[in-house]
Design a protein around this ligand. Sequence first.
Ligand SMILES: Nc1ncnc2c1ncn2[C@@H]1O[C@H](COP(=O)(O)OP(=O)(O)OP(=O)(O)O)[C@@H](O)[C@H]1O
Ligand SMILES: [Mg+2]
Length: 214
Amino acid sequence: MQTLALVCQKGGAGKTTLAIHLAAEAAAHGLRTLLLDLDPQASAARWADRRKPGAIDVDVTVESPARLDAALLQAEREGYDLVVLDTAPHADQAALRVARLADLVLIPVRPSILDLDAMGASLDLCALARRPAVVVLNAAPIRSRVVQEAAEAVTKLGGEVMPLVIRERVALRHSLVDGRVAREFEPGGAAAAEVTALYTQTCKRANMSTRETV
Ligand SMILES: Nc1ncnc2c1ncn2[C@@H]1O[C@H](COP(=O)(O)OP(=O)(O)OP(=O)(O)O)[C@@H](O)[C@H]1O
Ligand SMILES: [Mg+2]
């Protein structure tokens, strides 16, 4: 079983959006996937409540970071291939705990100066947890130099940047409204393709098998 965590101390960076999309993507590729919602806001769990019958099969459970070890053991016993952890912002202790138990941490960061300024704290936390961490530039404008500048800023801080960018996409936002993901909302669309690319890169980085799409 592999464990993937979405961590960023800054609010609104895209943790929940990417956690949901990666979990659904893994499930669409045939992995038995559990999304653990560790944020008291429970946004991912509420998304799950809105899912319709026949949707891609992702199990979503609300969990407290304080009993994450037990939850992961149980998930392993239940035969999950992948657990995706969505975390709360501004929660240093909880985020550290999560990072320690993850095989790979993804840090979504918006390519804006305020987000980049705050990114160091999340990188430090992953270093403290001694876990591999990769920054995912998220909600990037389509044509702008800011993406290149943001990637340089991450590298300058000693961080690793995912070699792809998730753009600001309406499908990533609107799909969640009625409990879908981009590949269900707009199959074959640009947002769905970016999520697939992110999933593939993430698997590669975490040495996970991507499996065939079913
Ligand atoms: N790539 C994207 N394109 C368009 N909208 C996005 C994208 N990523 C995130 N959003 C939107 O930005 C807002 C914040 O995203 P999200 O809730 O995923 O962030 P978060 O890091 O989980 O926030 P919090 O810290 O509050 O948990 C949401 O309205 C979401 O729909
Ligand atoms: Mg969130």
